[in-house]
Ligand binder design. Structure first.
Ligand code: ADP
Ligand code: MG
Ligand code: ZN
Length: 735
């Protein structure tokens, strides 16, 4: 009986959740993990969630805040962000307010007054307010629905952004024992996770660790030569788009910004050397699309929630992969395709090494140096960029080809490099493996340097053996041999090249050496690639974007708060000319439909009138999601297609047949869906009893590879069964 009541309540909650998602936010479906988190909060449970930037963390607390009685208190560290988030909530018709130190006493008491009237659903505050005893006392007099702690890693000294103010948040569970507390962050190692949970005092939280894969980001590394002209060339291909260009030093920021301006590009600088007034002005201009491009040091980015950043360019080598990932993460929050381009030159390495050498602590120096090696490997190896990044964060990436990085989309050719490899290794061996890359390259190409003459290296047999090819070629080859573990670098700070046993096999002719030579990525522009969610009418997009900007200026909010790029793109695919059609566009909720529907419908009608040649697709049923079914498929979408067939009840084999894919690929898709927290009922493929048996073997063997499991069962368990069981087990054990 009780159970029935509960399940009736639960299904009412789910109805309310979906209803709110559609009417308030205008979205059709939840992003991965959102549903679970929201259910957790609404059932009164604490939550801890690590989700990547752009994963949709705000909705996880804004949605329950809208449904639940009382006010949700959101703790957010950045004053600049607070205002934008409140504006975004207000635009969706959710009553919201913020309180921070930038406000006058009068303004603050104004907020208290509205709180008393019980209309505010979301209250954003800065953490230091919690240290004020008065504040907690006052808060106790209101009905609080939930606490959401954004950027929760700031509470941990182990994290990279510790803020002592956050420590006072541990008061929350003590003073409000019955109110759920949800903590969110985009970066937390397991150690930081434990620390956050302990410091806040979360009570048996529902834990989510989402995948770090950002499917809509395209990763590319280019050889850096004249970087400013290279940037200019890139900007020509991305005209009108908004993006960030990162440089290491203040001087280079100033120079590059000035260079771009001299070429007629609207760009502003941002670095710690500018006055805070100028910094804020430039950041605001970027945020509001008044200056589409910002050239910045890594000081820039934390206070930015702008969803339509279409590219992030690194003009210099980043210090480590964590920062690279975090900086690129600022691109494409809206889920639309975005570019991450790194210009890589080995010439940048000594500059970073110089800074590392200044570190006084030997341990720190060692770690920094290791981290530098990792970015260099990322940039120089011919391995899927996405796989590399995800592996770095401890995630194994199961797909062969990510279809959204330069490696996976480049035309790859397998070439024999045995003879060239032998030339290099012979030069290394004849000089007793005591020299670094530059000198070996000099020997092979027959360079007439002072050092070569002094060491009499112009007398060895290999001297000049490779002069028919240029230095770049040999550089590429040495990298390749390093990547394939035929050579190794030893010694710091002046590493020398050593030949590994595998390398000697090639040198002595026992084995051949092969390399993958890649051409330019086949994908130059977003429309050619089709890696995004499909084409849209670009001329209309320009017009809708101007309209958005005009409205945003009138309302004093950033344009992306009115509608995201993604929402505009969808309008430019479906050309909604009536309000009900407009309502079907993702991101158009009731409040925005009422406020802006007419304006945008009007502009689209006008455009269609002026361009009678455009054929408008027929109107679609509400649930049709064009984003899920583009003509050209990318990886994420092919997984979705498997999911659709799975939901129809097809067997693994039938899905494979229908999709013309291997059964193992389908199993890998399902594995991903399971790990993402989606609803996948695998009892259909494997009985709970059998699953339990397999789980036990996984646990007793203490490893996650599939073949030992299949072997253990002597063929009675298939790879697919082992894979699906593993996925469930990992999902269970990771919370
Ligand atoms: P985070 O805080 O995790 O970096 P945000 O909360 O800023 O991410 O969300 C990023 C973008 O994704 C926003 O533009 C938001 O409107 C959008 N978004 C969130 N949830 C959904 C959803 N279920 N469907 C479509 N878009 C969503
Ligand atoms: Mg956020
Ligand atoms: Zn790839």
């Amino acid at each position: 009986m009780n159970d029935k009541v509960h399940s009736a309540e639960a299904s009412r909650d789910i109805q309310a959740m979906l209803e709110t998602l559609r009417t308030v936010f205008g979205f059709r479906s939840f992003r991965p993990n959102q549903e679970g988190i929201i259910k957790g909060i609404m059932s009164g449970r604490d939550v801890f969630a690590v989700m990547p930037t752009g994963g949709g963390k705000s909705l996880c607390y804004q949605l329950p805040a809208k449904i639940m009685g009382g006010t949700a208190v959101v703790i957010s560290p950045l004053i600049s962000l607070m205002k934008d988030q409140v504006d975004a909530a207000l635009e969706n018709g959710i009553p919201a307010a913020f309180m921070n130190s930038s406000m006058t006493a009068q303004e603050i008491s104004g907020v208290y007054r509205t709180l008393k009237q019980k209309t505010i659903k979301l209250l954003y505050i800065a953490p230091e307010r919690f240290a004020m005893p008065h504040f907690i006392e006052t808060l106790k007099t209101f009905t609080i629905s939930l606490f959401a702690i954004d950027e929760a890693h700031c509470i941990s000294e182990w994290g990279h952004d510790f803020r002592p103010d956050y420590l006072s948040l541990s008061l929350i569970p003590k003073v409000f024992p019955d109110v759920p507390v949800a903590a969110f962050t985009a970066t937390a190692t397991h150690k930081v996770q434990e620390d956050i949970i302990k410091k806040i005092g979360l009570r048996d939280p529902y834990i989510v660790r989402a995948s770090f894969n950002r499917e809509n980001l395209f990763y590319q590394v280019k050889q850096k030569s004249k970087v400013e002209s290279q940037i200019l060339e890139f900007l020509h291909e991305h005209q009108g788009e908004s993006g960030i260009i990162y440089r290491t030093t203040r001087d280079s920021v100033t120079e590059t910004a000035a260079f771009l301006v001299s070429k007629g590009v609207k760009a502003l600088p941002y670095h710690a050397g500018l006055s805070s007034g100028e910094r804020n002005r430039n950041q605001e201009a970027f945020n509001r699309d008044e200056s589409p491009i910002i050239v910045a040091t890594i000081a820039f980015g934390l206070g930015i929630d702008k969803s339509n950043v279409r590219f992030v360019v690194h003009a210099d080598l980043p210090k480590n992969i964590e920062s690279y990932y975090q900086e690129t993460g600022r691109a494409g929050r809206d889920g639309e395709p975005a570019y991450c381009l790194l210009f890589f030159s080995r010439g940048d390495i000594p500059k970073i090494r110089y800074f590392i050498d200044q570190l006084t602590d030997e341990g720190e120096r060692f770690i920094a140096s290791e981290k530098l090696n990792q970015v260099v490997e990322y940039a120089s190896h011919n391995v899927c960029r996405r796989r590399r990044l995800l592996e770095f964060f401890g995630e194994d990436y199961t797909l062969e080809n990510c279809s959204a990085c330069d490696i996976c989309t480049g035309s790859i050719e397998r070439i024999d490099i045995t003879i060239d490899a032998q030339i290099i290794m012979s030069a290394i061996s004849r000089t007793q493996q005591r020299f670094g890359i530059g000198h070996i390259n000099d020997i092979v190409t027959g360079a007439d340097t002072k050092r070569v003459r002094e060491l009499k290296h112009n007398e060895i047999k290999t001297y000049g053996a490779g002069k028919h090819k240029d230095k770049r070629h040999w550089r590429f080859l040495i990298n390749e041999l390093l990547a394939q573990d035929m050579l190794r670098q030893e010694g710091d700070p002046y590493p020398v090249l050593k030949i590994t046993p595998k390398g000697f096999n090639v040198l002595y002719g026992k084995e051949d050496a092969k390399a993958l030579k890649r051409g330019e990525p086949a994908t130059k522009t977003k429309l050619e690639t089709g890696y995004g969610s499909g084409q849209y009418d670009e001329a209309l997009f320009e017009r809708l974007r101007s309209l958005r900007k005009k409205i945003a200026e009138e309302h004093q909010v950033p344009p992306y708060v009115i509608f995201s790029d993604r929402t505009l793109h969808e309008m430019c695919r479906h050309f909604p000319t009536t309000l009900p059609d407009m309502r079907r566009i993702s991101g158009v909720g009731d409040a925005k439909l009422e406020r802006y529907g007419e304006d945008f419908v009007g502009e689209i009608k006008k455009y269609l009138c002026e361009n009678p040649g455009i054929s408008v697709p027929e109107s679609r049923p509400y649930d049709f999601d064009p984003v899920d079914r583009p003509k050209t498929k990318k990886k994420g979408e092919t997984v979705e297609e498997t999911y659709e067939l799975f939901k129809l009840g097809l067997s693994l084999e039938d899905i494979a047949k229908q999709r013309n894919l291997a059964t193992s690929t389908i199993a890998a898709h399902l594995e991903r869906l399971i790990r993402e927290g989606r609803d996948v009922d695998i009892d259909r493929f494997i009985t709970p009893e059998k699953r339990k048996e397999i789980e036990d073997v996984f646990l007793s063997l203490g490893q996650w590879n599939l073949s030992p499991i299949v072997e253990h069962f002597n063929g009675a368990v298939s790879y697919e069964e082992a894979r699906l069981t593993r996925a469930w087990l990992l999902r269970k054990t990771s919370g």
